[in-house]
Write a protein that binds this ligand. Structure first.
Ligand code: KG4
Ligand code: ZN
Length: 335
């Protein structure tokens, strides 16, 4: 079955066609980064308007590139939560109209489930049950995926998401928005032991994360050293490497505890921060140590895209999860 996926939860307008949840036929991603970088972050109102402007052309291009005729699309899958509400509604409304016009089901897809499903488009691909670590600009969650459409949360961030912390750190150091990828490259040249940053635990919740203290201490460190304009490249690289080391260690510590306490099911990485080379290396070593199978999406499918939504949409449809006519969007919603 051919599924058309639509993703507009943040600052990427994306449409894709995927066959049977696993075969990628097209994936068009129109990024709004240039617009938002003027402001150093995503401006919700601008994001919604930009989605409304580009969605028709993006969907048309995805259909054309897939080689599938629009009347052969079996269902429309759309991100309905979580995300920026105006941005979500732009995609959901378009998807509703299209599914109605084509006379096919509308399938609501949770954004985090979509990120996990990016892995089903790679080879080899994971089969539930498995653990998933979703690290992105808006989310940091440790999840057990019992089945393709049966999720339970093991732990999540109490404050900032991992990507949010990377973006803020990058901004304070004068790197271009969004800063995650730039921090990755800069950290490569630095000494991870140069600066001791704190890595708090959440008392009584061993699988939860907290990154705001780490973020704040980087901000203070830069300020106490005169601001980013007073730092040379080597010092900036040392800060980036130390920050990355601390964040990655917080993540791998929880994963290690997970393997020890709950058994070593396969582990699936997902989300924009899953592109981080240091995280990928550390998690690879950890999984080798514990004999756990590891799946990571290709870098091209780590960030927001509609292929992952179409993939998960197929499995939601198989599980009978179809939208009613009054389907709404939600800014926050458990996975
Ligand atoms: O999954 P995503 O595209 O959007 C959300 O669902 O939030 O993730 C975007 C986040 C941004 O914070 C971006 O800076 C971060 O992923 N990111 C990275 C890297 N590439 C993207 N963070 C660290 N290292 C990277 N290589
Ligand atoms: Zn995302």
């Amino acid at each position: 079955m051919f599924i058309l996926g639509i993703e507009t939860s943040c600052d990427e307008t994306s449409a894709a066609v995927v066959e049977d949840g696993v075969k990628l036929l097209s994936n068009v991603v129109a990024s709004q980064v240039d617009v938002h970088s003027l402001y150093g972050g995503v401006v919700p109102e601008i994001a919604s308007r930009a989605h409304a402007e580009s969605i028709s052309a993006v969907v048309a291009e995805a259909i054309e590139k897939s080689g599938v005729k629009i009347y052969d699309i079996g269902a429309v899958a759309v991100t309905y939560a979580p995300g920026l509400i105006g941005a979500l509604l732009a995609g959901l409304s378009f998807a509703k109209g299209l599914s109605y016009a084509l006379g096919v089901p509308l399938v609501p897809v949770h954004h985090i489930r979509g990120h996990v499903a990016a892995n089903y488009l790679a080879r080899p691909s994971p089969k539930p049950p498995f653990f998933a670590l979703v690290v992105s600009g808006g989310h940091t969650s440790l999840i057990k995926v019992e089945d393709y459409a049966v999720y339970s949360t093991i732990g999540s961030t109490r404050d900032d998401a991992a990507g949010e912390a990377f973006d803020k750190a990058a901004r304070v150091m004068g790197l271009p928005y969004p800063g995650g990828a730039a921090m990755d490259t800069l950290a490569e040249k630095g000494d991870p032991g140069a600066v001791k940053f704190p890595s708090p635990r959440v008392e009584g919740h061993e699988f939860d994360f907290s990154f705001s203290g780490l973020k704040t201490s980087l901000i203070n460190y830069v300020a106490n050293n005169g601001g980013e304009q007073c730092l040379d490249q080597k010092t900036k690289a040392d800060i980036a490497a130390s920050f990355t080391f601390t964040l990655v260690k917080a993540v791998t510590d929880r994963l290690e505890r997970l393997f020890i306490k709950k058994g070593n099911l396969p582990l699936v990485l997902a989300g924009g921060v899953a592109a981080n080379s240091h995280l990928r290396k550390s998690v690879t070593l950890l999984c080798e140590k514990h004999g756990a199978e590891l799946f990571m999406p290709p870098i091209s499918l780590c960030g927001d895209n509609a292929a992952m939504i179409a993939s998960q949409g197929f499995f939601e449809l198989l599980a009978g999860n179809i939208s009613q006519k009054n389907q709404n969007a939600y800014a926050s919603l458990g996975v």
